[in-house]
Design a protein around this ligand. Structure first.
Ligand code: F0G
Length: 356
């Protein structure tokens, strides 16, 4: 291939290296993460009272979630530091991403997941990438506590979002939003689980305003599932429950980061019920062509709830669509009665079946 026809280098480390903690010794690994589409809502916008609603399609990252943006930085820095293995606790997406970047970099990976509560596609990914999968008899919060202690005792790098390199990588989504819109939006709507992502976006928007990439910053609107809403309640939830298994978290590690984002931005963190999440999940697929996972629909469910309560008046909002619907086929199947008709494999047979 000649130099002229060589494709441009892609990925978060190439694109955003100048605002990341890289050194000449950091390996510039990539699976092509970042640079995800920002698409305008076709139909839900009209239901919200917003002037503009945009979706940041983080589900388009290589392993199907926003986690890749931070994981590529965390894994590159682990390699730079001489690590041979990485570990995380996860509700599924972090483990899929960690396992992928470990495979890519020749590292061993260990993931702790809450037994029986991880969507099938995410487990399939972790297994395919060759991770050592440990299903713990407990919830995410307990798994994270174990992972923190294990990595302090053994020569294994922790790649949960308590690792600051994860936050650095994830903040690049805010840079992309400002670049695509020419400024920060008025509102950034985002699901909140362990609260790393809302913390990362707020850091990114702060930096963009500081260096003149934006003239303002958005109000940060975080949404938790009603059965797993510790930040809304102000106390940890011992037994979190929600259909949105990705955000089934009762004691978020970045709690303080989330409340800072909320308070400094004049935003809010509120709860949406599983019914509201699933309504938004079906609307996104049926009215926008966006098949996301239930946790991702929490951002849109939250905007629809605020709109119903008369609390959204105009402005431009971006909703972060954090993960791909293919990861959780069981929820998808349970939400729909498939409209399937059997027919012989002939023109006449299909016409008859369709009543044409
Ligand atoms: N959306 C999806 C699809 C997620 O997987 C997560 C978190 C969130 C939203 C919430 O982001 O934790 O930064 O507030 N998933 C983690 C995991 C916990 O293990 O995959 P957060």
């Amino acid at each position: 291939m000649t130099a002229a026809s060589a494709p441009a280098q892609r990925g978060v480390l190439h694109r955003w290296g100048a605002v990341l903690p890289l050194t000449p010794a950091t390996p510039l690994i990539s699976l092509g993460e970042g640079d995800t589409p920002l698409v305008r809502s076709a139909r839900i916008e009209a239901l919200t009272g917003l002037d503009e609603l945009w979706f940041k399609l983080e589900m388009c990252n290589p392993t199907g979630s926003f986690k890749d943006r931070g994981m590529v930085v965390a894994v590159a820095k682990a390699v730079e530091a001489g690590a041979r293995a990485i570990m995380c606790a996860s509700t599924g997406n972090t483990s899929a991403s960690a396992a992928a970047y470990a495979a890519r970099s020749g590292l061993e990976s260990f993931v702790l997941v809450p037994g029986g509560n991880v969507a099938a596609g995410k487990l399939a990914q972790a297994i395919a990438f060759g991770t050592r999968l440990i299903e713990v008899d407990g919830n995410f919060d307990e798994a994270l506590q174990a992972a923190r202690e294990l990595t302090s005792r053994h020569p294994v790098a922790l790649v949960n979002s308590v690792n600051p390199h994860r936050i650095e990588g994830q903040k690049t989504a805010a840079y992309e939003v400002c670049e695509a819109l020419g400024d920060a939006p008025d509102v950034l709507a985002i699901p909140v689980g362990n609260a790393g992502n809302i913390t990362a976006y707020w850091k990114g928007f702060g930096e963009c305003a500081e260096v003149g990439r934006s003239s303002t910053h958005p109000r940060m609107f975080g949404f938790q599932a009603a059965g797993a809403a510790p930040i809304v309640l102000g106390v940890p939830v011992e037994h979190p429950q929600t259909v949105a298994s990705a955000i089934r978290i009762g004691k978020p590690a970045s709690w303080a980061g989330a409340t800072a984002a909320r308070d400094e931005s004049g935003g809010l963190i509120e709860a949406v019920t599983d019914d509201e999440i699933l309504e938004a999940y079906r609307l996104l697929a049926g009215k926008e062509g966006i098949f996301c996972e239930p946790a991702s629909a929490a951002s849109v469910a939250g905007l629809l709830k605020l709109s119903r309560e008369g609390r959204l008046r105009g402005g431009r909002a971006v909703a972060v669509i954090t993960g791909n619907g293919l990861k959780d086929p069981d929820t998808a199947v349970s939400q729909y009665k498939p409209d399937v008709t059997r027919a012989p494999a002939t023109v006449a047979g299909v016409e008859r079946a369709l009543g044409w």
